[in-house]
Design a protein around this ligand. Structure first.
Ligand code: RFL
Ligand code: PHB
Length: 389
C-alpha cells in the first residue's frame, strides 16, 4: 500500500490532522491499535479553546460542535470558603467551550468515514522504517498478517504510550519530566452540573474540580492518592469528599447520583524534544503531557496539528519545506507555555504531601493575589483561553 502521510494513532490529533489533509487533497491512512468503540468510550478532556474550535471548522467538522457546545465566559476559583471569578471574555477577549473529547472524536470519525478515507482498527505491532531516509514506511500486523505502507511522511499521533517517540534514537531525544505525588479520581454522572461555570477548588483536603458535559451530565474530579484504585471509592465516599472540598454554597446544592464512569489518572508533565526526526513528526500526547488542571492537554495537541498541517500543505502545494522544517521549534514554543501554565495551576490548587507550613502560606498568598489583582487575572485568562498560534 502507498499513501502520502501515514498517521499512527486515531485519537483527536491523528483524526483532525487527517481531516485537514483530506480537505487539502492530501492522502492519508490512519492506523489505530484499538477498536473505534474503545476510542469513543474514553472519557477525557472537556474544554476547547477557540483555536481548537476554529480548527474543527477549518476541517469542515464544526457543525454539531457549534450547535451543542456550551460557551463559558469565565470560571470560579476557590480556596476553602474564599471564592472569586475570572472572566475570560473581559480579560482576554475570548471564551472557551464545553464539548467533550469523546464528541469531538466522534465527529471526526464520522467525517473520515464520509470522506471514505482509510482507517485501520485493531492493528498490532506498528513499526516505523527509514524515518531518516527519503523512503519511509510503516509496517503493522492485522489478523496475523504483516502489511507495509510506503509513504512520504509519518505523523506520530499515537499518544504517550505509542511507538513513534521511542523510534527516535535515544541519543537524539531529550526528555523532560515531572511526576506529581497524586492523581485525579474522575466521576461522570447523569446529574445537572452544580454551577453554570467550572469550579476549580483548592482546599486543605486537596483539589477538586466541578465540570460538566451538558445540562444533565456532570464531570467531577478530586485529587487522590497514587495508590488509590477506583474501586476503593464508593459513589457515596466520592460525593462526601467532593462536598468537603468545595465552598458550602455549592456543596449544599450539589445533586449527586450514580456514577456512570469512574477512573483515576496520574498527573505528569512531560516534553520530548525535538518533535521531528527526518520524515517522522510527533504530534500531541506522543510528544508532551500536562497535568489536566489548565485544560491544556487536548488543546496543545490541536496546536501541534495546526503547525504540522500548515507544514504539509506548504510542502505539497508549493514544494516549500520551510513549514515542516520549522514545525518542531514552533510547536515546542507553544507547548512549553502550556506546560508552564498547567504546572503553575496545579501547584496553585493542589495539596502536596511534602509541603511545609511556609509552602502552604505561599500557596494561599498566590491564590489571594490572583483574587485581588486584575493583571494576574488577565494573565490567567490569556493562558486559559489559549495563547495564539
Ligand atoms: P490520544 O488521545 O492518546 O490518542 C492516541 C491514539 O493512538 C493510539 N495508539 C496507537 N495506534 C497504533 N499503534 C500504536 N502503537 C498505538 N499506540 C497508541 C491510541 O489507542 C489512541 O487512540 O492522543 P492525542 O490524539 O494526541 O490526543 C491528546 C488528548 O487525548 C490528551 O491530551 C487529553 O485527553 C489529555 N487528557 C485530558 N486533557 C484535558 O485537557 N482535560 C482532561 O480532563 C483530560 N483528561 C487526559 C485526561 C488524558 C488521559 N490519558 C491519556 C490517560 C484523562 C486521561 C485518562
Ligand atoms: C473536564 O471536564 O474533564 C475537565 C475540564 C477542565 C479541566 C480538566 C478536565 O481543567
Amino acid at each position: 500500500m502507498r499513501t502520502q502521510v501515514t498517521i499512527i494513532g486515531g485519537g483527536p490529533s491523528g483524526l483532525l490532522l487527517g481531516q485537514l489533509l483530506h480537505g487539502a487533497g492530501i492522502d492519508t491512512v490512519v492506523l489505530e491499535r484499538q477498536s473505534k468503540a474503545h476510542v469513543l468510550s474514553r472519557i477525557r478532556a472537556g474544554i476547547l479553546e477557540t483555536g481548537t474550535v476554529a480548527l474543527m471548522h477549518k476541517a469542515g467538522v464544526g457543525q454539531r460542535l457549534e450547535k451543542e457546545c456550551f460557551r463559558h465566559d469565565g470560571t470560579v476559583i476557590c480556596h476553602g470558603e474564599m471564592q472569586f471569578g475570572v472572566n475570560f471574555s473581559e480579560r482576554a477577549g475570548k471564551h472557551v467551550v464545553v464539548y467533550g473529547q469523546t464528541e469531538l472524536t466522534r465527529d471526526l470519525y464520522e467525517a473520515r468515514e464520509l470522506a471514505s478515507a482509510k482507517t485501520l482498527f485493531n492493528i498490532e505491532n506498528v513499526t516505523i522504517q527509514g524515518a531518516d531516509t527519503d523512503t519511509p514506511s510503516v509496517s503493522y500486523e492485522q489478523e496475523g498478517l504483516t502489511h507495509t505502507i510506503k509513504c512520504d511522511f509519518i505523523a506520530g499521533c499515537d499518544g504517550f504510550h505509542g511507538v513513534s517517540r521511542t523510534t527516535i534514537p535515544a541519543q537524539l531525544r531529550r526528555e523532560y519530566e515531572k511526576l506529581y505525588p497524586f492523581g485525579w479520581l474522575g466521576v461522570l454522572s447523569e446529574t445537572p452540573p452544580v454551577h453554570d461555570e467550572l469550579i476549580y477548588a483548592g482546599s486543605d483536603r486537596g483539589f477538586a474540580l466541578c465540570s460538566m458535559r451538558n445540562a444533565n451530565l456532570s464531570r467531577y474530579y478530586i485529587q487522590c492518592s497514587l495508590t488509590d484504585q477506583p474501586e476503593d471509592w464508593s459513589d457515596t465516599a466520592f460525593w462526601e469528599e467532593l462536598k468537603r472540598r468545595i465552598p458550602n454554597e455549592y456543596a449544599d446544592r450539589l445533586v449527586t447520583g450514580a456514577s456512570i464512569e469512574k477512573s483515576i489518572a496520574p498527573l505528569r508533565s512531560f516534553v520530548s524534544e525535538p518533535m521531528r526526526w527526518g520524515r517522522l513528526f510527533l504530534c500531541g500526547d506522543a510528544a508532551h503531557i500536562v497535568p489536566p488542571t489548565g485544560a491544556k492537554g487536548l488543546n496543545s495537541a490541536m496546536g501541534d496539528v495546526h503547525y504540522l498541517f500548515n507544514g504539509f500543505q506548504q510542502f505539497y502545494q508549493e514544494g516549500d519545506t520551510r513549514g515542516i522544517d520549522e514545525y518542531s521549534a514552533k510547536a515546542l514554543a507553544r507547548v512549553w507555555k502550556a506546560e508552564r501554565f498547567s504546572w503553575a495551576t496545579t501547584k496553585l490548587l493542589h495539596r502536596f504531601p511534602d509541603d511545609s507550613d511556609f509552602d502552604r502560606k505561599m500557596q494561599q498568598a498566590d491564590v489571594a493575589f490572583l483574587a485581588e489583582n486584575s493583571a494576574a487575572q488577565t494573565v490567567f485568562a490569556q493562558n486559559y483561553v489559549g495563547l495564539p498560534y
